[in-house]
Ligand binder design. Structure first.
Ligand code: FNR
Length: 368
């Protein structure tokens, strides 16, 4: 007696259903965080330390929540972030997310470790739909170059280099259930055989290059014209370095709490970062995104008030997909749009450009 889709009224409802209906191994892989999961839990609760300061008597009859991220149009300021192994949750995998994103004019970030092949995910795209590529950098740079240039040829508009995972975190829930689901295929990027005894995450990540460093960034610029973004930046000093390195954007993120436990949440790093960027005149030089724990449109609004260009959402779409397939992801996106419209109306901001830092009270946020 699974709840019918119409009875899911918010993104957390999908999580509750997914937990009940998903295979144990899949639930463990999607839901787990690193170590004691302190960062995982705080990602969502950090938003609850921020309060709104709504404006009254603003004409909010018409609400326009559309925006651009890295030069690409989006109907709403969130994107589907990269999450590996879509087929653990649904037999069709990542293309389900592609179709929902198409329907809602939302941008999709394609993971290096997708269960569908990269080309299948691009082929599922409709019309002018925008896709970005998330990259785990392979020790073999020729392989990396091949992946990047192929993505550019296939129309990807931005390259998100994941920089918070020189080694995959210990996700013990995942390790306990092991990675025994032999029905799930992974697009191996270098054909190495994998050790499956340590959970799904470890099994698929052995190719990632831990020697990646700032000196490598110009090389990425030299091999592609896509926008360049660092995903997983966790301190303002590194945002400044990223500006100096000439990248187009950063994602303030702790990888959904799956890497370094007790790393700060994206929203709190944002609150600490923007005042310093403004002071240095760097805030217009780079686009700032955050991800982690975004479950309500009010979370998106808070991030935008604090200067983010957009936010990434991961698990909620995986849960909606796993529980209900395409109709689930479709409904999850629609619920976010409905919430967003209401939130913008109630805070007194008819467009995303009207959202500013006077509309949030961040006094309860610890500035790391
Ligand atoms: C991820 N994430 C991730 N990030 C990345 O750069 N490459 C990847 O392969 C993956 N894989 C992945 C799998 C799963 C199951 C999850 C939940 C997450 C991290 C992801 O892009 C993002 O940072 C977080 O998911 C954001 O947090 P929420 O929205 O899941 O709370």
């Amino acid at each position: 007696n699974m709840p019918i889709l119409d009875q899911c009224y918010n993104l957390l409802d999908f999580e509750a259903v997914a937990k009940r209906v998903m295979k144990k191994t899949a639930w463990a892989y999607y839901s787990s965080g690193a170590d004691d999961e302190i960062t995982l839990r705080d990602n969502h609760s950090a938003f609850q330390r921020i309060w709104f300061r709504p404006k009254i008597l603003v004409d909010v009859e018409k609400i326009d929540m559309s925006t651009t991220m890295l030069g690409a149009k989006s109907s709403i300021p969130f994107y589907v972030t990269a999450t590996a192994l879509g087929k653990l949750g649904h037999r069709e995998g990542e293309v389900v997310l592609t179709r929902a994103a198409a329907k809602h004019s939302v941008i999709q970030m394609i993971p290096t470790l997708a269960s569908c092949s990269f080309d299948e995910i691009v082929d599922a795209k409709e019309g002018a739909q925008i896709q970005w590529l998330q990259l785990y950098v392979n020790k073999n740079r020729e392989i990396t170059k091949g992946i990047v240039q192929h993505a550019e040829r296939r129309g990807c508009k931005a390259l998100f280099i994941t920089v918070d995972a020189p080694q995959l975190g210990r996700r013990e829930k995942d390790m306990r259930t092991k990675f025994e689901d032999s029905g799930t295929s992974v697009q191996s990027t270098n054909g190495e055989s994998v050790d499956r005894s340590q959970g799904a995450a470890r099994a698929i990540s052995s190719f990632i290059d831990p020697s990646l460093n700032w000196k490598d960034i110009p090389w990425f610029r030299s091999i592609t014209n896509m926008k360049l973004v660092l995903k997983g930046v966790q301190r303002v000093e590194d945002v400044i370095k990223a500006c100096e390195a000439g990248v187009d954007g950063v994602v303030l993120s702790n990888h959904g709490g799956r890497q370094l436990d007790t790393a700060p949440s994206g929203i709190e790093i944002l609150a600490a970062t923007m005042p310093i960027l403004k002071q240095k005149g760097l805030d217009k030089k780079i686009e700032i995104f955050i991800d982690g724990g975004i479950r309500r449109a009010s979370d998106i609004v808070k991030a935008l008030c604090l200067g983010a260009k957009g936010v990434g959402i991961g698990r909620p779409f995986l849960y909606a997909m796993s529980a209900y397939g395409l109709p689930g992801v479709d409904r999850a996106m629609q619920l976010l749009k409905d919430e967003m419209e209401m939130n913008m109306r109630l805070i007194g901001a008819p467009t995303v450009a009207d959202l500013d830092d006077t509309m949030v009270d961040t006094r309860a946020v610890a500035l790391h």
